[in-house]
Design a protein around this ligand. Structure first.
Ligand code: PBG
Length: 323
Protein backbone atom coordinates (compact mmCIF):
# COMPACT_ATOMS: atom_id res chain seq x y z
CA UNK A 1 0.00 0.00 0.00
CA UNK A 2 1.34 3.41 -0.96
CA UNK A 3 0.42 6.01 1.65
CA UNK A 4 2.18 8.88 -0.03
CA UNK A 5 1.25 9.34 -3.66
CA UNK A 6 2.70 12.69 -4.84
CA UNK A 7 0.84 12.28 -8.14
CA UNK A 8 -2.46 13.12 -6.35
CA UNK A 9 -1.28 16.76 -6.27
CA UNK A 10 -0.82 16.68 -10.03
CA UNK A 11 -4.13 15.09 -10.98
CA UNK A 12 -5.85 18.14 -12.50
CA UNK A 13 -4.96 21.56 -13.86
CA UNK A 14 -6.79 23.23 -10.96
CA UNK A 15 -4.86 21.33 -8.31
CA UNK A 16 -1.60 21.81 -10.17
CA UNK A 17 -2.24 25.55 -10.24
CA UNK A 18 -3.15 25.54 -6.55
CA UNK A 19 0.09 23.90 -5.47
CA UNK A 20 2.34 25.85 -7.82
CA UNK A 21 5.26 27.25 -5.85
CA UNK A 22 6.60 29.83 -8.29
CA UNK A 23 5.16 32.05 -10.99
CA UNK A 24 6.48 34.30 -13.68
CA UNK A 25 4.61 37.57 -14.12
CA UNK A 26 5.20 40.62 -16.24
CA UNK A 27 6.22 42.49 -13.06
CA UNK A 28 9.39 40.40 -12.92
CA UNK A 29 10.77 41.64 -16.23
CA UNK A 30 13.41 44.18 -17.08
CA UNK A 31 13.66 44.56 -20.88
CA UNK A 32 17.12 45.34 -22.32
CA UNK A 33 16.99 47.65 -25.34
CA UNK A 34 19.76 48.55 -27.80
CA UNK A 35 20.13 52.06 -29.19
CA UNK A 36 21.85 53.64 -32.18
CA UNK A 37 22.40 57.19 -33.28
CA UNK A 38 20.33 58.81 -36.01
CA UNK A 39 16.63 58.85 -36.80
CA UNK A 40 13.94 56.47 -37.94
CA UNK A 41 16.16 53.40 -38.03
CA UNK A 42 15.62 49.94 -36.64
CA UNK A 43 18.22 47.22 -37.34
CA UNK A 44 17.80 43.58 -36.40
CA UNK A 45 20.76 41.97 -34.62
CA UNK A 46 21.80 38.96 -36.69
CA UNK A 47 22.62 36.70 -33.74
CA UNK A 48 19.50 37.76 -31.81
CA UNK A 49 16.45 37.30 -34.07
CA UNK A 50 13.58 39.57 -32.97
CA UNK A 51 15.89 42.01 -31.14
CA UNK A 52 16.74 45.37 -32.73
CA UNK A 53 18.87 48.44 -32.33
CA UNK A 54 16.61 51.49 -32.39
CA UNK A 55 17.18 55.18 -32.92
CA UNK A 56 15.72 57.15 -30.02
CA UNK A 57 12.52 58.15 -31.87
CA UNK A 58 11.66 54.51 -32.60
CA UNK A 59 12.85 53.39 -29.19
CA UNK A 60 10.25 55.64 -27.58
CA UNK A 61 7.55 53.95 -29.70
CA UNK A 62 8.82 50.52 -28.70
CA UNK A 63 8.72 51.50 -25.03
CA UNK A 64 5.15 52.71 -25.48
CA UNK A 65 4.16 49.29 -26.86
CA UNK A 66 5.92 47.51 -24.01
CA UNK A 67 4.22 49.70 -21.39
CA UNK A 68 0.86 48.70 -22.91
CA UNK A 69 1.89 45.07 -22.42
CA UNK A 70 2.68 45.75 -18.76
CA UNK A 71 6.49 45.88 -18.97
CA UNK A 72 7.53 48.80 -16.81
CA UNK A 73 11.30 48.58 -16.47
CA UNK A 74 13.85 48.96 -19.25
CA UNK A 75 17.61 48.76 -19.40
CA UNK A 76 19.38 50.75 -22.14
CA UNK A 77 22.54 49.83 -24.06
CA UNK A 78 24.19 52.18 -26.56
CA UNK A 79 25.85 51.30 -29.85
CA UNK A 80 28.30 54.11 -30.52
CA UNK A 81 30.21 54.78 -33.74
CA UNK A 82 33.96 54.10 -33.68
CA UNK A 83 34.88 57.80 -34.06
CA UNK A 84 33.14 58.63 -30.74
CA UNK A 85 35.20 56.08 -28.80
CA UNK A 86 38.33 57.00 -26.85
CA UNK A 87 40.54 55.55 -24.12
CA UNK A 88 38.55 57.17 -21.29
CA UNK A 89 35.01 56.64 -22.62
CA UNK A 90 34.29 60.38 -22.62
CA UNK A 91 31.13 59.92 -24.68
CA UNK A 92 29.64 57.89 -21.84
CA UNK A 93 29.12 61.00 -19.72
CA UNK A 94 28.41 63.50 -22.47
CA UNK A 95 25.12 65.18 -21.46
CA UNK A 96 24.29 65.51 -25.19
CA UNK A 97 25.42 61.96 -26.01
CA UNK A 98 23.06 59.24 -27.21
CA UNK A 99 22.60 57.72 -23.77
CA UNK A 100 21.64 60.85 -21.88
CA UNK A 101 19.45 62.14 -24.73
CA UNK A 102 17.60 58.81 -24.75
CA UNK A 103 17.00 58.89 -20.99
CA UNK A 104 15.62 62.43 -21.13
CA UNK A 105 13.47 61.76 -24.20
CA UNK A 106 11.92 58.59 -22.77
CA UNK A 107 11.28 60.19 -19.38
CA UNK A 108 9.62 63.21 -21.01
CA UNK A 109 7.18 60.98 -22.91
CA UNK A 110 6.75 58.20 -20.33
CA UNK A 111 7.59 59.40 -16.81
CA UNK A 112 6.12 56.16 -15.45
CA UNK A 113 8.73 54.00 -17.21
CA UNK A 114 11.49 52.85 -14.86
CA UNK A 115 14.83 53.29 -16.58
CA UNK A 116 17.83 51.25 -15.60
CA UNK A 117 21.24 52.10 -17.02
CA UNK A 118 24.44 50.25 -17.75
CA UNK A 119 27.60 51.73 -16.27
CA UNK A 120 30.73 50.39 -17.93
CA UNK A 121 33.25 51.88 -20.33
CA UNK A 122 33.17 49.17 -23.00
CA UNK A 123 30.61 50.58 -25.47
CA UNK A 124 32.54 53.89 -25.49
CA UNK A 125 36.09 52.59 -25.10
CA UNK A 126 38.52 52.48 -28.01
CA UNK A 127 40.03 49.44 -26.24
CA UNK A 128 36.70 47.64 -25.87
CA UNK A 129 37.38 47.10 -22.17
CA UNK A 130 35.35 48.02 -19.10
CA UNK A 131 38.21 49.96 -17.56
CA UNK A 132 41.03 52.31 -18.48
CA UNK A 133 43.90 50.42 -20.08
CA UNK A 134 47.59 51.16 -19.43
CA UNK A 135 50.31 48.89 -20.83
CA UNK A 136 47.78 46.12 -21.29
CA UNK A 137 46.52 46.36 -17.70
CA UNK A 138 42.97 47.34 -16.71
CA UNK A 139 43.33 50.03 -14.05
CA UNK A 140 40.88 49.89 -11.17
CA UNK A 141 40.90 53.14 -9.19
CA UNK A 142 41.39 55.39 -12.23
CA UNK A 143 38.35 53.72 -13.80
CA UNK A 144 36.15 54.50 -10.79
CA UNK A 145 36.29 58.20 -11.62
CA UNK A 146 34.94 57.55 -15.12
CA UNK A 147 32.21 55.30 -13.75
CA UNK A 148 31.22 58.01 -11.26
CA UNK A 149 30.92 60.55 -14.07
CA UNK A 150 28.81 58.16 -16.14
CA UNK A 151 26.48 57.37 -13.23
CA UNK A 152 26.06 61.05 -12.40
CA UNK A 153 25.31 62.00 -16.02
CA UNK A 154 22.71 59.22 -16.15
CA UNK A 155 21.09 60.31 -12.88
CA UNK A 156 20.97 63.92 -14.10
CA UNK A 157 19.24 62.70 -17.27
CA UNK A 158 16.54 60.90 -15.29
CA UNK A 159 17.77 57.35 -14.63
CA UNK A 160 15.92 55.50 -11.86
CA UNK A 161 18.34 52.61 -11.36
CA UNK A 162 22.08 52.73 -12.05
CA UNK A 163 23.52 49.38 -13.18
CA UNK A 164 27.31 49.11 -12.82
CA UNK A 165 28.39 46.16 -14.99
CA UNK A 166 32.15 46.72 -15.06
CA UNK A 167 33.34 44.58 -12.09
CA UNK A 168 35.91 47.10 -10.82
CA UNK A 169 36.55 46.85 -7.07
CA UNK A 170 34.86 49.49 -4.92
CA UNK A 171 32.59 50.83 -7.64
CA UNK A 172 29.33 50.58 -5.73
CA UNK A 173 30.59 52.61 -2.77
CA UNK A 174 32.22 55.12 -5.09
CA UNK A 175 29.10 55.60 -7.23
CA UNK A 176 26.81 55.72 -4.16
CA UNK A 177 28.87 58.56 -2.77
CA UNK A 178 28.93 60.48 -6.05
CA UNK A 179 25.14 60.16 -6.32
CA UNK A 180 24.48 61.10 -2.70
CA UNK A 181 26.81 64.10 -2.82
CA UNK A 182 24.87 65.40 -5.80
CA UNK A 183 21.54 64.89 -4.02
CA UNK A 184 20.46 61.74 -5.90
CA UNK A 185 19.81 59.75 -2.74
CA UNK A 186 16.69 58.20 -4.31
CA UNK A 187 18.45 56.82 -7.37
CA UNK A 188 18.92 53.07 -6.87
CA UNK A 189 21.90 50.88 -7.67
CA UNK A 190 21.52 47.42 -9.16
CA UNK A 191 24.98 45.92 -9.03
CA UNK A 192 26.15 43.32 -11.49
CA UNK A 193 27.63 41.58 -8.44
CA UNK A 194 28.48 38.14 -9.74
CA UNK A 195 29.33 38.77 -13.34
CA UNK A 196 31.29 35.94 -14.88
CA UNK A 197 33.85 36.02 -17.72
CA UNK A 198 31.38 34.15 -19.87
CA UNK A 199 31.20 32.93 -23.45
CA UNK A 200 27.47 33.73 -23.42
CA UNK A 201 27.94 37.48 -24.10
CA UNK A 202 28.93 37.01 -27.76
CA UNK A 203 25.71 38.22 -29.42
CA UNK A 204 25.61 41.29 -27.14
CA UNK A 205 29.12 42.26 -28.17
CA UNK A 206 28.01 41.90 -31.82
CA UNK A 207 25.03 44.14 -31.09
CA UNK A 208 27.18 46.93 -29.66
CA UNK A 209 30.39 46.18 -31.53
CA UNK A 210 31.99 46.21 -28.07
CA UNK A 211 34.27 43.16 -28.05
CA UNK A 212 37.66 43.74 -26.38
CA UNK A 213 40.32 44.83 -28.90
CA UNK A 214 42.93 42.69 -27.12
CA UNK A 215 42.88 39.96 -24.49
CA UNK A 216 39.80 39.02 -22.51
CA UNK A 217 37.95 40.24 -19.41
CA UNK A 218 39.28 37.63 -17.00
CA UNK A 219 41.16 40.08 -14.75
CA UNK A 220 37.88 41.70 -13.75
CA UNK A 221 34.96 39.39 -14.57
CA UNK A 222 34.71 36.25 -12.42
CA UNK A 223 35.95 32.74 -13.08
CA UNK A 224 33.00 30.47 -14.03
CA UNK A 225 34.43 27.86 -11.66
CA UNK A 226 33.83 29.95 -8.53
CA UNK A 227 30.89 30.47 -6.21
CA UNK A 228 32.56 31.57 -2.92
CA UNK A 229 33.93 34.54 -4.80
CA UNK A 230 30.33 35.48 -5.68
CA UNK A 231 29.57 35.68 -1.96
CA UNK A 232 32.48 38.07 -1.43
CA UNK A 233 31.42 40.26 -4.36
CA UNK A 234 27.81 40.31 -3.13
CA UNK A 235 28.87 41.09 0.45
CA UNK A 236 30.98 44.04 -0.70
CA UNK A 237 28.18 45.38 -2.90
CA UNK A 238 25.70 45.03 -0.06
CA UNK A 239 27.96 46.84 2.39
CA UNK A 240 28.77 49.53 -0.18
CA UNK A 241 25.06 50.27 -0.61
CA UNK A 242 23.67 48.26 -3.53
CA UNK A 243 19.86 47.96 -3.57
CA UNK A 244 19.80 44.86 -5.78
CA UNK A 245 22.37 42.17 -6.55
CA UNK A 246 22.59 40.69 -10.02
CA UNK A 247 23.90 37.36 -11.25
CA UNK A 248 25.01 37.12 -14.85
CA UNK A 249 24.65 35.00 -16.97
CA UNK A 250 21.45 33.41 -15.68
CA UNK A 251 20.74 29.87 -16.74
CA UNK A 252 24.25 28.39 -16.35
CA UNK A 253 24.51 30.09 -12.91
CA UNK A 254 21.24 29.16 -11.18
CA UNK A 255 23.25 27.81 -8.26
CA UNK A 256 24.80 31.25 -7.78
CA UNK A 257 21.35 32.90 -7.81
CA UNK A 258 20.21 30.38 -5.20
CA UNK A 259 23.28 30.92 -3.03
CA UNK A 260 22.94 34.70 -3.09
CA UNK A 261 19.19 34.59 -2.44
CA UNK A 262 19.78 32.40 0.62
CA UNK A 263 22.51 34.66 1.97
CA UNK A 264 21.25 38.18 1.28
CA UNK A 265 18.03 39.91 2.18
CA UNK A 266 17.96 42.32 -0.74
CA UNK A 267 16.42 41.38 -4.11
CA UNK A 268 18.39 39.27 -6.56
CA UNK A 269 18.14 39.82 -10.31
CA UNK A 270 18.99 37.21 -12.93
CA UNK A 271 20.44 38.40 -16.24
CA UNK A 272 19.25 35.98 -18.90
CA UNK A 273 21.97 37.05 -21.33
CA UNK A 274 22.25 37.36 -25.10
CA UNK A 275 23.83 33.91 -25.61
CA UNK A 276 21.01 32.22 -23.72
CA UNK A 277 18.53 34.03 -25.94
CA UNK A 278 20.45 33.14 -29.11
CA UNK A 279 20.65 29.46 -28.15
CA UNK A 280 16.91 29.07 -27.77
CA UNK A 281 16.15 31.11 -30.90
CA UNK A 282 18.53 28.98 -32.98
CA UNK A 283 17.05 25.74 -31.68
CA UNK A 284 13.49 27.00 -32.20
CA UNK A 285 14.26 28.11 -35.78
CA UNK A 286 15.47 24.59 -36.50
CA UNK A 287 12.33 23.12 -34.99
CA UNK A 288 14.41 21.46 -32.27
CA UNK A 289 12.76 23.20 -29.32
CA UNK A 290 9.34 24.76 -28.84
CA UNK A 291 10.11 28.45 -28.35
CA UNK A 292 7.26 29.49 -26.05
CA UNK A 293 7.37 26.54 -23.71
CA UNK A 294 11.14 26.48 -23.40
CA UNK A 295 11.16 30.26 -22.87
CA UNK A 296 8.62 30.14 -20.03
CA UNK A 297 10.41 27.20 -18.42
CA UNK A 298 13.70 29.10 -18.58
CA UNK A 299 12.14 32.22 -17.04
CA UNK A 300 10.51 30.15 -14.30
CA UNK A 301 13.86 28.60 -13.39
CA UNK A 302 15.11 32.02 -12.30
CA UNK A 303 12.16 32.52 -9.97
CA UNK A 304 12.60 29.02 -8.54
CA UNK A 305 16.27 29.72 -7.89
CA UNK A 306 15.30 32.81 -5.90
CA UNK A 307 15.49 35.74 -8.31
CA UNK A 308 12.87 38.44 -7.91
CA UNK A 309 13.58 40.20 -11.20
CA UNK A 310 14.75 38.93 -14.60
CA UNK A 311 16.61 40.99 -17.16
CA UNK A 312 15.64 39.22 -20.35
CA UNK A 313 15.44 39.72 -24.10
CA UNK A 314 12.34 37.49 -23.93
CA UNK A 315 10.41 40.11 -21.91
CA UNK A 316 8.19 41.34 -24.74
CA UNK A 317 7.38 37.90 -26.16
CA UNK A 318 6.70 36.54 -22.70
CA UNK A 319 4.51 39.55 -21.82
CA UNK A 320 2.42 38.91 -24.95
CA UNK A 321 2.08 35.26 -24.00
CA UNK A 322 1.11 36.09 -20.40
CA UNK A 323 -1.56 38.60 -21.44
C1 PBG B 1 28.98 45.63 -20.55
C2 PBG B 1 27.96 44.54 -20.59
C3 PBG B 1 28.03 43.28 -21.23
C4 PBG B 1 26.76 42.71 -21.10
C5 PBG B 1 25.98 43.61 -20.35
N1 PBG B 1 26.75 44.73 -20.03
C6 PBG B 1 29.10 42.64 -22.04
C7 PBG B 1 30.41 42.33 -21.47
O1 PBG B 1 30.66 42.45 -20.27
O2 PBG B 1 31.28 42.01 -22.28
C8 PBG B 1 26.32 41.39 -21.68
C9 PBG B 1 24.86 41.16 -21.76
C10 PBG B 1 24.41 40.05 -22.63
O3 PBG B 1 25.21 39.24 -23.15
O4 PBG B 1 23.19 39.95 -22.85
N2 PBG B 1 29.94 45.58 -19.57
Amino acid sequence: MLTRRPRRNRKSAVIRAMVQENQVTVNDFIFPLFMIEGENKKEEIASMPGIYRYTVDLLVEEIGECLDLGIKTFCLFPSVSEDKKDSTATEGHNPEGLYQVALRTIKAKYPEAILMTDVAMDPYSSDGHDGIVRDGEILNDETLEVLGKMALAQAEAGADIIGPSDMMDGRIGYIREVLDDAGYTNVSIMSYSAKYASAFYGPFRDALDSAPKFGDKKTYQMDPANVKEALIEAELDFVEGADFLMVKPGMPYLDVIKTLSENFDIPITAYNVSGEYAMLKAAAQNGWLENDKAMMEMLLSFKRAGASAILTYFAKEAAILLK
